[in-house]
Design a protein around this ligand. Structure first.
Ligand code: ADP
Ligand code: ASP
Ligand code: MG
Length: 408
């Protein structure tokens, strides 16, 4: 009989220490049957990746990206070897493999590489010997044989990409919460677990700050229609299914609330109000590699205008330098920056057909004396930039205002 392939991924908190590694090993051994093959992707132990990153930044503010990948990829190499050992001591055969050994071929964009192909031959060979294959997540190799990493949270992407390449029957993401919630359960105690969510909604929530899944992994899952089961590594309970379409005909307006503190704001004051000026500013900023997100330009009554925009905090240094240079060139005024901002967003496919959603969001923030600095919308989300200090409160009041604590 042909066996089916199951891909499982265990996140950093699920393998944070030796006891947890043993618990995960037991769970893997228990899920191995005579009918299946197991391919397990694992993240680095606990906060290892953050710690490695900190070490690099304590040496230099601008670590070379190639060396960053050499460094960051070591975390997953440790966890996959330890997990394979733990499984072997339980009497099951297992083998750990790095991204390179598995043949995860990427482009050469260090620290944010994209997967081109997965060879998978080595995995198939190990599976044919009935070995449990443990793959180091978050890493690949370029055509030039350089080690690359897939962006933070990239082990999710490794899992989804392997599920596609191996035509797996099941793709399970094991983490430290019981599934996808209406908002981060660390911010709102009453957050509810969602039974099913669409790829589109999950992608929007992930890119707006719901850390639980990497946005790029959902992009791949959507492209190849790979359903994902997100569940707890500490309990047997069913988690959340991320799927193409939900069975319900009518969508509820708001499915979740997210918060993201990864952006900072730059304002260029007194910009001359002439054609071509915005093009000059944003060409200069984008040439640094910084990704500009929300842009607000105030109406001009004086032939001068203030332009504000957000970039990722990690890019603020280069974006600010470029903004100051171009401001001088175009004879604008001061360049200000603010780090203590947060983006609070509401997400839901049903927004397309419901009215009054934005109004309720703004009223709720106003009632709670939370000032809105910038606003941005997409077809299925509305985001407000507010002060970081007020963002916990904002998430809590929005969660309640949209009755997310009551969904079944
Ligand atoms: P892992 O180490 O398993 O990859 P992460 O830390 O990357 O796990 O993601 C899990 C965390 O994501 C949870 O502990 C939770 O606090 C956070 N999170 C943020 N938003 C959500 C949400 N909407 N649903 C579930 N978890 C969320
Ligand atoms: N260890 C990597 C990170 O912390 C990849 C992952 O955990 O998914 O971002
Ligand atoms: Mg993660």
């Amino acid at each position: 009989m042909k066996k089916h392939i199951v891909v499982q991924k265990y996140g950093g908190s699920s393998v944070a220490n030796i006891d947890r590694i043993k618990t995960v090993a037991k769970r893997i051994v228990d899920s191995k049957t005579t009918n299946n093959h197991l391919v397990v992707v694992v993240s680095a132990l606990g906060d290892t990746t953050d710690e490695l990153e900190e070490m690099a930044f304590s040496i230099t503010k601008t670590p070379p990206e190639r060396e960053m990948d050499m460094l960051m990829s070591t975390g997953e190499q440790i966890s996959c070897a330890l997990l394979a050992m733990a499984i072997k001591t339980m009497g099951r055969d297992a083998i750990s493999l790095t991204g390179q050994q598995v043949g995860i071929q990427t482009d050469k964009a260090h620290t944010r590489a994209r997967i081109h192909t997965i060879c998978g031959q080595r995995i198939r060979k190990a599976l044919s010997k009935n070995q449990i294959v443990i793959v180091a997540g978050f890493q690949g190799v370029s055509l030039e044989q350089e080690i690359t990493t897939l962006g933070r949270g990239g082990s999710d992407l490794t899992a989804v990409a392997l599920a596609q390449a191996l035509k797996a029957k099941v793709c399970e993401i094991y983490t430290d919460v019981k599934g996808i919630y209406t908002t981060d359960p660390r911010i709102v105690k009453q957050a509810r677990k969602i039974k099913t969510i669409t790829f589109d909604e999950m992608m929007e929530m992930a890119s707006l700050g719901a850390q639980v899944m990497q946005a790029r992994s959902i992009e791949v899952a959507k492209k190849f229609n790979i359903p994902i089961h997100v569940r707890s590594s500490f309990s047997k309970e069913e988690g959340t299914m991320i799927v193409k379409n939900k069975e319900k005909l009518e969508e509820i307006a708001v499915r979740g609330v997210t918060r993201n503190k990864s952006e900072a704001k730059i304002t260029i004051c007194a910009v001359p109000d002439q054609p071509g000026i915005a093009a000059k500013i944003f060409s200069a900023v984008s040439q640094t590699g910084a990704n500009v997100d929300i842009i607000v330009q105030n109406i001009s009554h004086t032939r001068h205008t203030d332009i504000s925009f957000t970039v990722l905090k990690k890019d603020i240094h280069k974006a600010l330098t470029a903004a100051k240079k171009i401001a001088e060139k175009i004879k604008a005024g001061d360049v200000l920056h603010e780090d203590d901002i947060a983006r609070v967003s509401i997400v839901g496919s049903g927004m397309r057909s419901h009215t009054g959603i934005a109004a309720l969001m703004f009223q709720t923030l106003a009632k709670n004396k939370i000032n809105i600095d910038m606003i941005s919308t997409s077809e299925i989300s509305i985001s407000c930039i507010i002060s970081s200090e007020q963002s916990d409160k904002a998430v809590q009041v929005l969660h309640k205002a949209f009755n997310l604590d009551k969904i079944k």
